[in-house]
Design a protein around this ligand. Sequence first.
Ligand code: C2E
Ligand code: CA
Ligand code: CA
Length: 585
Amino acid sequence: MKWSAVPEVATSRVMSQALATLYVFGGSASLLAVLGAETPWVDRALLSGLAVSALLAGGVVLRWGSRWPRPAFHIAVLQATAVVVAGVVLAPDAPTALAVGALTSFLAIASCFFFSLPLAVGHTALALAGLTAGLAVRGDVALPLALSLDAMVLGLSVVTRGLVLRASSANRDPLTGLTNRRGFDQALHELMRVVSRTDEPMSAALLDLDHFKAINDTQGHDAGDRVLRSVAKAWRRALPPTAVLARHGGDEFALLLPGLPGPAALTLVQQLRARHPDVGMSCGVAEHQPGESAAQLMRRADLALYTAKSSGRGRCELGAGPDTSDLVADLTAALDAGDVTVHFQPIRDLRTDQVVGVEALARWTHPERGLVSPAEFVAVAERHGLMPRLGEHVLRSACGQMSALHAGTGRRLRLGVNVSGRELSDPAYAQRVRTVLAETGWPATETVLEVTESLVDAECSTAVATLHELRGLGLGIAIDDFGTGYSSLSRLDTLPVAILKLDSSFIATITTSPRRATMLRSIVGMAHVLGLDVVAEGVETAEQDAQLRAIGCRFGQGWLYGRPAPLADVAAQLDRADDAHALHA
Ligand code: C2E
Ligand code: CA
Ligand code: CA
């Protein structure tokens, strides 16, 4: 830690405990000194009063001090200084005065422990000046004797400062100067104790830099270190003083926000991201629930982070309320009972205004919690090994329904199905897809598997091989959420991709940012050159629709064209559109 900084260990709780201890021992020491004095009782009454008031003050600090803001401790130390100096002046004889004066060492120790260096020096200097002046006013203590007491106190404060800094550095990350994992755990347990006593809200967040590995690999470790340092600095500045920001390891940071409920914490974390827009970040936030342990809280923050990352990175997610272990059991039961359903969202050809395809989206209504976001339960399924079952269930259900629609109405739409990273890295996945297609009678050539680019890590050769195998079966491969991560052009070249799906966060900006519109134009142009189709996702407004048409983007998907719905509803909508078309013709 920086030598001038406030020692990390000096939290309000620790300061109040330390200060209360010093008050109690100081009060007792003065009482003893008073008892030992050989003067009439009246002469000792004032000093005894001061000693008793110090004992009472100790009780007050112990009871309420942990809730005081930092400035309150300056006042408490100043008050103690005044009491000690008054005691020195009022002491009945020179030995008692010296004994009381020695209590200045308590003040010096507290200041060196609590405050930044300039303020610690200020407090110590004030206490020593007060002590020396008090002894001089008495006139019965020689100046050299007073100075020797000063020297002793000064020595103690120098040693205390050194030891405190040394102890604090064990909890520091040397690169960023933030608290390390160990310090974070300590702070977390300490705050948990306060929270469980006061019922105040508290939130925890895990923040993870996106593609940090790529920076390290392509620009070197120095560049990586610079990024970590500058991110830490920018965030530190933007956070309230009560927040605990720690480097949790690698490119992951952890944050504790006492006093903030989940939604407020989410907003704050999103502001942090805006502080450093050039570095992508995903984060998971969880609010502490009554009766929850520190480990449970962090597990939920971790799960929310995982959800954020797997729904395309660059996002912040607020974790669900109760522990997800229930969610795992409930999801398993729902899969057994066939309670996970599939909705379909139309994909429109913007040149012909016809619906040419649909995307299958899993839906699950939890018996108590209601509709659960797929981003959340897909993450749960991934983490707990349920993904093969969930994925196969959605694929089978979607293909079966599409086949039935074709048999009943003659309609044949292309079917997009989302695939998770877990599924792709399973060598048996392609075979399972082949089986499902055979059993449902749905053609491979009308099927598109949507994979997010971040999931197809170039290092995972199984995933790449699986994609080639599926392509060989006739399926189309779409890159989902394109434009959110480090969309790498070389990867487009090596993967057997036919379609780019532009992420909705990108589409949301095309009507307001001319730069984004220009980027969109180049992406569409590049895709055409490469022979790829482009689907714009999350089209919500007529302006976006007009912009996309002007640029020549061929396909669109979004609420403007239709929300995800049961296949029967989508089909009914298509029938109505056909009728309207026939009427106009
Ligand atoms: P995704 O693949 O990017 O799916 C598109 C998401 O955008 C869907 O969210 C859809 O409801 C939403 N959306 C569509 N149009 C609009 C619009 O105009 N505005 C806005 N704001 N949103 C729109 P949903 O259904 O919540 O799914 C979230 C994610 O969960 C999906 O993102 C996908 O990654 C994952 N997911 C859903 N079903 C499955 C599944 O069966 N398997 C796997 N592996 N992942 C799935
Ligand atoms: Ca998708
Ligand atoms: Ca998408």
